[in-house]
Design a binder for this molecule. Structure first.
Ligand SMILES: Cc1ncc(COP(=O)(O)O)c(C=O)c1O
Length: 399
């Protein structure tokens, strides 16, 4: 029953010819044969594992949905990896989004020409942002503003460095995390940004993480409503002579809706690696988990328990404690305890395992999981082919 001893793998699996079976396995949360690694002896656990072909499939699927790569602005925070950025650039995706200065620097160092740092720059980070712009003159950087105080001080900082940056007004469509609600204050702020030296008013940014309805139709309706508000506000700005050259909208759950609207940019992040959280909540999204964790049985403390080396220092701990990952080759295993370096599950299949056996886990939330690992083991054709650095997990590169 174990996949650990893959030397004796059914050759049919290795042919990669089982696409429908793989999709079915995936839907049913059982082991997708595409995940099998023929020899894991050089993979130190707990390991983050990337499947190159599945990443490529998810990128292709994103492009199929949107049609035009110039309207896609993938969020790099999910993987923080140069190699995936380059795979996207090879598909003519030139606009990218990020949340930290290190991610912005990584994108610029990969030669990305258009980087949106979708985060408010405050305090000394404004100075760092100026250094970033100065260091990478071939990249056009965009940033957000949602408050006149921060906008004025960013203008002062950039002016002091003799620099200019494009600024998108961050609209709060109802998530209430950052942003300014549609209305007079938003209009005044956009006008202020338009007038300040060192800033170029470049459009609107709207992240609708609250549009996460499980029902696809309900979610699409909510996204449509958000979009109607965006368009009404855009017209209001334009009618006052304020240009709105770009609108950047949403993440993965509402991507399919916004992708259908010509002229707007979409910024999904998670779908390039996909995770169990999105996969189980949004079966309408046709993406496949392309990153797993390879963990091992380190102890068998009772007849119905397995202890794995998958503590919350190796898998994101923001999901509820009993739902941080799904074990593909121990179906039905119930998580009963997790510590820093241990994951304890109860399963009536414990007797079939021995210390050292491999277990394949799909993380519930891939983005913070990636940031817990220095490197990802890359699998191609069921074999270890490369090691990729999770490069911008460090908060500081040069800037
Ligand atoms: C501002 C912003 N844009 C885009 C995304 C990508 O969303 P998703 O992870 O749903 O693809 C996020 C996710 O946190 C975000 O915060």
């Amino acid at each position: 029953m174990l996949w650990a001893q893959c030397d004796g793998l059914d050759p049919l699996f290795l042919l990669g010819s089982e696409k429908p079976a793989a999709e079915k396995a995936h839907r049913e949360n059982t082991m997708n044969p595409e995940y099998l690694i023929a020899d894991t002896s050089d993979i130190y656990s707990p390991a983050l594992v990337f499947y190159r072909a599945l990443i490529r499939r998810n990128i292709d699927q994103t492009l199929r949905i949107i049609g035009d790569p110039s309207r896609l602005r993938p969020h790099v925070k999910t993987h923080k990896t140069r190699e995936i950025v380059r795979m996207e650039m090879d598909c003519s995706i030139t606009r990218h989004k990020c949340a930290t200065i290190a991610e912005a620097e990584m994108l610029a160092s990969c030669g990305v020409p258009d980087v949106l740092l979708a985060y408010p720059m405050v305090g000394p980070n404004q100075k760092r942002f100026a250094h970033l712009i100065a260091r990478y003159p071939l990249t056009q950087f965009k940033v957000l503003a949602d408050h006149p105080i921060a906008a004025r001080s960013l203008s002062n900082t950039l002016q002091a460095h003799g620099l200019t940056a494009s600024v998108l007004l961050d609209i709060d469509p109802g998530l209430h995390r950052t942003g300014i609600p549609f209305g007079d204050d938003a209009l005044d702020l956009y006008r202020l940004v338009h007038s300040l030296p060192g800033l170029r008013a470049a459009g609107l940014h709207i992240y609708d993480g609250h549009n996460h309805q499980a029902q696809a139709e309900e979610r699409a309706r909510a996204a449509q409503e958000t979009f109607q508000q965006v368009m009404a506000f855009r017209q209001r700005l334009e009618s006052q002579g304020l240009p709105v050259p770009s609108v950047v909208l949403g993440g993965t759950p509402t991507f399919a809706t916004y992708a259908r609207i010509p002229g707007v940019e979409c910024s999904p992040g998670t779908c390039v690696l996909q995770d169990h959280g999105y996969h189980s909540r949004y079966p309408d999204l046709d993406f496949i988990p392309a990153a797993l964790l390879l963990t091992r049985v380190v102890s068998i403390p009772t007849s119905n328990r397995l202890t794995l080396d998958l503590g919350y220092k190796a898998v994101a701990s923001d999901p509820p404690s009993d739902r941080r990952c799904t074990l593909l080759n121990v179906p039905g295993a119930k998580i009963v305890l997790q510590n820093e370096e241990h994951l304890v599950v109860e399963t009536d299949q414990a007797g079939g395992f021995k210390p050292g056996d491999d277990v394949y886990a799909v993380p519930t939330h891939i983005c913070p999981t990636c940031a817990l690992h220095k490197q990802a083991y890359v699998i191609e054709e069921h074999r270890l082919s490369d090691l990729w650095d999770i490069f911008s997990r460090d908060r500081f590169l040069n800037c």
